[in-house]
Design a protein around this ligand. Structure first.
Ligand code: NAG
Ligand code: NAG
Ligand code: NAG
Ligand code: NAG
Length: 312
């Protein structure tokens, strides 16, 4: 064997080694009821995970404990999306089973949670063990805002990913975080909850009336993150499919390079935390349906660019 062939062989062997030791994280996204016969997941959440290098599996809204036990053993992370549903028992069961087994000495137990908009609110309701931590009446639909950071926020894992992009400065200087909520959490209620002592409030914002709300948080030690705003929209929603508006944008979504960058940073954080839990997804022995793309059709609808739907 000459040295060129030898080098090529070595490169091939190295490639095989590298690819076989790099598991693609698989995260679950809980679907929400669409109507009496179907549940859906907006495709933007699936694509947001894919952007960070992961794949997605559906967690049905009405999953029972047996199904959730199977899912949690196969998933590297969980994403709770936006929407308008009450906090379901399935989310509470999954959260408490995973979080009560967290062990900082054992990375395989540290399945991350991320909540966006309603999902952020669910996480705070579960973590505070108080559904009333949520207030209503905020005037914060359809508005993109620069973040107001707390001291903890400037140092947070969420906003200090890689030292290449200064996400904190980017998010201070640009109106890129899209808010779309009437419910929310007052900073004072967050601070008053003893159960949230180990969570850091990272940023706040003011609604159109000057009323302040919590716009992001993370747990001090565990991989639990929430954004009241929508990082997935800048890259994957255009707010342009409302037929009554002649296809002109109806949501104030920023698609600037700053918006696209911060969205990627947050996705990459979630997926890198998920990857640390190790290879898990095993459709053959679990009997779970595989990745969303491989199995399900896409439905175009009015309030999202596209959604995946399932008959229930
Ligand atoms: C629910 O929505 C799905 C997807 O649009 C549709 O196929 C189905 O007919 C709807 N069901 C009802 C009861 O409206
Ligand atoms: C959960 O649902 C499955 C059907 O998907 C059923 O076989 C199982 O008995 C249910 N388990 C519980 C604890 O209700
Ligand atoms: C940008 O954010 C500021 C708050 O810092 C807000 O007053 C303003 O309306 C926002 N502009 C747009 C175009 O959303
Ligand atoms: C959302 O905000 C954009 C920009 O301010 C505006 O053009 C659009 O009409 C708004 N949409 C709704 C539904 O209010």
């Amino acid at each position: 064997m000459n040295s060129v062939t030898g080098t090529a062989l070595l490169a091939i062997i190295l490639c095989v080694l590298i690819s076989s030791t790099t598991a693609t994280p698989v995260l679950g996204i809980m679907s929400h009821p669409l109507n009496s016969t179907h549940e859906y997941i907006a495709a933007s959440y699936v694509r947001w995970l894919q952007m960070g290098g992961a794949r997605a599996v559906r967690i049905p809204f009405t999953s029972n404990s047996t199904e959730l036990d199977l899912l949690r053993k196969n998933l590297n992370g969980v994403l709770f999306m936006g929407g308008s549903q009450h906090l379901p028992e399935s989310a509470e069961y999954l959260y408490s089973e995973v979080v009560s087994n967290y062990d900082l000495e054992d990375a395989s137990t540290l399945t991350p949670f991320w909540g966006i908009c309603l999902g952020f609110q669910w996480l705070l309701q579960m973590a505070s063990e108080d559904t009333h931590i949520l207030s209503t009446g905020f005037d914060a639909e359809n508005i993109s805002l620069p973040l107001k950071f707390t001291d903890a926020g400037e140092q947070a894992r969420m906003y200090n990913q890689n030292g290449v992009i200064d996400t904190v400065s980017l998010l201070k200087a640009n109106n890129v975080t899209l808010n779309n909520h009437g419910a929310g959490v007052f900073p004072a209620d967050f601070a008053a909850s003893e159960k949230l002592d180990e969570f850091d409030l990272l940023s706040t914002n003011e609604d159109r009336q000057g009323v302040e709300f919590v716009s992001s948080f993370e747990h001090q030690k565990f991989p639990i993150y929430g954004t009241q705003y929508h990082p997935e929209k800048s890259n994957f929603e255009y707010g342009s499919t409302d037929p009554t508006k002649n296809d002109s944008p109806y949501e104030s979504i920023s698609h600037t390079i700053e918006a696209v960058r911060y969205s990627f940073e947050l996705s990459a954080l979630l997926v890198s935390e998920a990857a640390k839990t190790g290879a898990r997804f095993d459709p053959a022995s679990s009997g779970l349906r595989t990745i969303i793309e491989e199995n399900d059709g896409i439905l175009v609808r009015t309030s999202f660019e596209e959604s995946y739907v399932w008959e229930v």
